[in-house]
Design a protein around this ligand. Structure first.
Ligand code: ARG
Length: 290
């Protein structure tokens, strides 16, 4: 069963701007309504994951650290190994100690096995910039706006898997998870304008055209690429009808949640969650002994 980490949104707000989507003034104007809507959206996302058969562990909220609601940025987790993040912006650096202690607690409960810090001088914003591709047995790793290129060697050494560096070309798509999402059938939903020519070539070299699903400007701006895929289901923010139709035509079922209060901070379904039980080994069918 899939296990996700989420954060209680009790102290969520948009009170600074570290990406172009963040609108502190909009939040301030409607603070109470925005917070109520955020709490409802977070509850709905949790319910959607549970309806897909997943379990959710929740990190407590902390006043003054509103982006704690995006645990995808807390760490990269694979095979029970946790590589803790280091945030580029001072506004988020206070989250590091909280997530470290959350992972140590998960370790003491046996839910993860090993927790490691990133070497000094490097930034890495967790699963937001390191997306495991089970079928291809590799990490797709974003760098540039947030994560350092140098952190990718650490990722490769710690997890022992190939890491494909993808340089992000814009401040609007500042984490890889805003513009890139591998799906269980081998397709990759991605937004080409978010990448440099070189990184587009790296994607196209590994993903044949028939498996590339290009998100439109509208799909990307609706944060639909920032999705959680569980088998044939894809949990995402409210999707443009054409994207829904394209994914359904490929046999996926969309589970849409109105995540607009979080899009106001530049995040949606994938970044509001962190998968804890991800393993590098493809699921195998265990045959009963004769
Ligand atoms: N306001 C947050 C930031 O700029 C949003 C993070 C969204 N996370 C993500 N993995 N895309 O850091």
């Amino acid at each position: 069963m899939a296990l996700f980490l989420m954060t209680d949104p009790a102290h969520y707000e948009v009170c600074y701007q570290i990406n172009p989507w963040m609108k502190p003034a909009t939040w301030r104007d409607e603070r109470d309504a925005c917070l109520a809507a955020a709490k409802a959206a977070s509850r709905e996302l949790k319910a959607a994951l549970k309806a897909c058969g997943a379990q959710v562990e929740t990190v407590e909220a902390a006043r003054g650290l509103p982006d704690l609601v995006f645990p995808a940025n807390a760490a990269v987790v694979l095979d029970g190994k946790v590589l803790l993040a280091r945030f580029r912006h001072p506004e988020r650096q206070g989250e590091e100690a909280i997530f470290r202690s959350a992972f140590c607690k998960l370790k003491s409960r046996g839910l993860v096995q090993e927790v490691m810090d990133l070497p000094e001088g490097l930034f890495h914003e967790g699963a937001g910039d390191a997306i495991w591709d089970l079928g291809r047995q590799l990490f797709w790793a974003g760098y540039g706006p947030r994560s350092s290129r140098g952190a990718l060697a650490v990722l490769q050494g710690f997890f022992g898997h190939e890491v494909v560096p993808l340089q992000l070309a814009s401040e609007r798509y500042y984490h890889l998870d805003t513009c890139f999402c591998p799906l269980s059938g081998g397709e990759v939903l991605y937004y080409p304008p978010a990448f440099t020519e070189e990184s587009l070539a790296a994607i196209r070299a590994r993903v044949p055209e028939s498996l590339r699903i290009e998100a439109t400007d509208e799909d990307a701006a609706a944060f639909c690429v920032n999705a959680v895929n569980l088998d044939r289901r894809i949990v995402m923010a409210k999707a443009p009808a054409a994207l829904r139709a394209r994914l359904e035509a490929r046999g996926y079922e969309l589970v849409e949640v109105d995540l607009s209060p979080f899009i106001l901070s530049g995040g949606a379904a994938y970044c509001m969650t962190l998968r804890l039980d991800r393993t590098s080994a493809p699921a195998t069918t265990v045959l009963a002994a004769e």
